[in-house]
Write a protein that binds this ligand. Structure first.
Ligand code: COI
Length: 358
């Protein structure tokens, strides 16, 4: 694929950009350009472009608007001390997007084109990659079905996009510990459903329980397995880890309805490298609740690209609280977070070859 570039004539001034980069929040502002690559059954992937960021013109009959045939990814571009810009394990995101595409009957973009699309956008909008501590550029690739047709079948037309958002911490309180709300009425994904795919529909289904979490003073919602309602799956938008008193790190095994987080995989690797005992297995909600009460579970954290590693202070449900909302972040949690971000920001050796220069 050869990318055609069209530079924006209405990009923000340096003053406007600097004001945004000084306090970016999360996912509120977008850089001046975006990528699009069209796909049709007849032509495959074609017409790759980097062009000015702006609204899409969509036919009201576009399939994505009716049957939610959509997938997305999330990864970050980090500015290192020498000014160079790097991303983290983009092959993993490219391959996951191909698996998501398969499940949603969308075309999968080849890995080389995926990585090239990030390069193209980041080199055009390099000035938008912030350099303050704990800031970076969040890249959001996504594919939508956009055939104008109301029959229920996979669309014959789709477009892949990448947009970029300069970001600070995902949670407004930064790395301060968050409380988690147990969703007792709703699950996130069905057995045999789309839970392992990164599709917008999974996140749409998480929003009502997420609202319930906010109402109860929690930042994320925890879902249990759809079959027995007994085992931890994941949070609204991130994976979950627990730390046992003996130092064992545990996280739910991939059940087919859990998202295979790249941060999840990376944390598991870093923990194994340290010689920690690591378990990917079924974890029941009682194991967590009782473990907190007995002192057997000493830390908990959320892991995802957007939030990196976020300490969890308490788990709350309709009639219980496990843990202390005012408890400080766990030691292992924070040291894993530090180690991962040191690699991402180029402050520590990249011994696994996870970084890719953009
Ligand atoms: C991520 O990028 O970490 C996500 O899963 C998406 C969302 C929580 C922003």
């Amino acid at each position: 694929l050869i990318f055609k570039s069209t530079r924006s004539t209405h990009g923000r001034s340096k003053t406007e950009r600097d004001a945004i980069l000084a306090d970016p929040g999360f996912g509120k502002y977008f850089s001046d350009h975006m990528v699009s690559i069209d796909w049709t059954v007849e032509k495959g992937w074609h017409d790759a472009q980097v062009k000015p960021y702006g609204p899409l013109l969509l036919d009201p009959a576009s399939s994505v608007l009716h049957y939610a045939q959509e997938i997305f990814e999330g990864l970050k571009a980090y500015r290192h001390a020498d000014g160079s810009i790097w991303t983290f394990r983009p092959q993993a995101n490219a391959e996951r997007m191909q698996r998501s595409a398969h499940r949603l009957a969308l075309p999968g973009l080849p890995t080389d084109a995926f990585i090239e699309s990030l390069k193209q956008l980041v080199s055009m909008d390099a000035d938008w990659v912030p350099s303050a501590p704990d800031t970076c550029m969040y890249l959001r690739p996504f594919t939508i079905a956009n055939e104008s047709f109301l029959g229920v079948r996979s669309a014959h037309k789709a477009t892949y996009f990448v947009i970029a958002s300069p970001v600070g911490p995902y949670f407004s309180k930064g790395v301060a510990p968050v409380s988690i709300w147990l969703s007792e009425d709703f699950t996130r994904a069905a057995v045999g459903g789309t839970g392992a795919a990164k599709c917008g529909g999974n996140y749409a289904a998480s929003l009502l329980p997420q609202q319930e979490a906010y109402k109860n003073g929690c930042s994320q919602v925890l879902f249990l397995d759809p079959q027995e309602g007994k085992y931890l799956e994941e949070l609204g938008g991130m994976n979950v880890f627990l730390v046992k008193k003996d130092g064992t790190l545990i996280t739910p095994e991939l059940s087919g309805s859990i998202l295979e987080g790249v941060t999840r995989l990376s944390i598991l690797q870093l923990a194994r490298d340290r010689g920690l005992k690591v378990e990917e297995r079924k974890i029941s909600i009682d194991e967590w609740r009782n473990g907190v009460a007995s002192g057997d579970i000493v830390e908990a954290f959320a892991a995802g690209t957007a939030a990196v590693v976020a300490p969890i202070s308490a788990l709350k449900g309709r009639d219980f609280v496990a843990g202390d909302e005012n408890a400080p972040a766990g030691k292992l949690t924070m040291s894993l977070r530090q180690e991962l971000t040191d690699i991402q920001y180029g402050r520590a050796p990249d011994r696994h070859g996870w970084l890719k220069r953009l």
